[in-house]
Ligand binder design. Structure first.
Ligand code: PGA
Length: 224
C-alpha cells in the first residue's frame, strides 16, 4: 500500500524559496507550509495547515479558522504537534479536532511521549482525551516521540513497530475502527530505507528533511 508522505515546513522558507519549492517538490506529497504561503501550493498539491483555531468564526483576533482553510482548498490540518502542545491542553485540542472535522478537513493528530514519560500511559491518555466524542472517519494519527523531533535520534524499528501496533490496537478496542498511523521524528534520506521495513506504519510526517525538495522527493520515491 502506498505511504502517505507529509511535509511539515513549520515556520521556515521565504517567498523565493517557496516558489522554487512549488516548482520542484513531488506532487504526491502533502505539503504543510506556513499559512502565508498556502495559496502558492493550492492548485498543484494536496495542502495541509500546521494548526487551526477551535472555532469556525467570530471575534478571535489572529485565529485561523478551519472553515476558511477548507473553503480555500486546504485538505488536511495537523493538530496537537508537540511544538503547539506546549501552549495547549487536551480539551483545546479535542475542540479543535471536532471543529476541523466539522469543517470538512482531514485531521492529522500528533501524539507522542517525552523521554521522562511512560510512553504507553501518555499515548493512551492522549488518545482518550483528544479523541473524546470524535468520529475517526477523517482522522490519521502521527506517532512522534518528542525526543526524536529535530534531534537526529530515532527509536529502533522494533520500538516504532511496537508503538504503532499498540496505538492501532487501543483505537480498535475503543472505537472499533482501523486507523492509519504515521511515524514522525528525524526521518531523512539516511534512515528511510530502514524505516520502510517496519510493518504497521502508514507513512511519515517529516520536518527538517522536508525543507529540501530533493531530500523529500527521494524519501517519497523510496517509500512508494
Ligand atoms: P523532524 O520534525 O523531521 O525535523 O524531526 C518532525 C515534526 O516535527 O513533525
Amino acid at each position: 500500500m502506498s505511504k502517505l508522505i507529509v511535509a511539515n515546513l513549520k515556520m521556515n522558507m521565504d517567498y523565493k524559496t517557496t516558489l522554487e519549492y512549488v516548482e520542484n517538490v513531488n506532487e504526491n506529497i502533502v505539503i504543510c507550509p506556513s499559512y502565508i504561503y498556502i495559496p502558492y501550493f493550492l492548485n498543484k498539491y494536496k495542502v495541509g495547515a500546521q494548526d487551526c483555531f477551535n472555532q469556525k468564526k467570530g471575534s478571535y483576533t489572529g485565529g485561523i479558522s478551519p472553515f476558511h482553510l477548507k473553503e480555500m482548498g486546504v485538505e488536511y490540518v495537523i493538530i496537537g504537534h508537540s511544538e503547539r502542545r506546549k501552549f495547549e491542553d487536551d480539551i483545546f485540542i479535542n475542540q479543535k479536532i471536532k471543529v476541523a472535522l466539522d469543517s470538512g478537513l482531514k485531521v492529522i493528530l500528533c501524539i507522542g511521549e517525552n523521554v521522562s514519560e511512560d510512553k504507553f500511559e501518555k499515548l493512551s491518555n492522549q488518545i482518550n482525551n483528544d479523541l473524546k466524542d470524535v468520529s475517526l472517519d477523517n482522522l490519521i494519527l502521527a506517532y512522534e516521540p518528542i525526543w526524536a523531533i529535530g534531534t537526529g535520534v530515532i527509536p529502533t524499528n522494533e520500538k516504532i513497530e511496537e508503538t504503532t501496533t499498540f496505538i492501532k490496537k487501543i483505537v480498535k478496542d475503543k472505537f472499533n475502527k482501523e486507523i492509519s498511523v504515521l511515524y514522525g521524528g528525524s526521518v531523512n534520506t539516511g534512515n528511510i530505507e530502514l524505516l520502510n521495513k517496519i510493518k504497521n506504519v502508514d507513512g511519515y510526517l517529516i520536518g527538517t528533511a522536508s525543507l529540501n525538495y530533493n531530500e523529500i522527493n527521494k524519501i517519497y520515491n523510496i517509500s512508494n
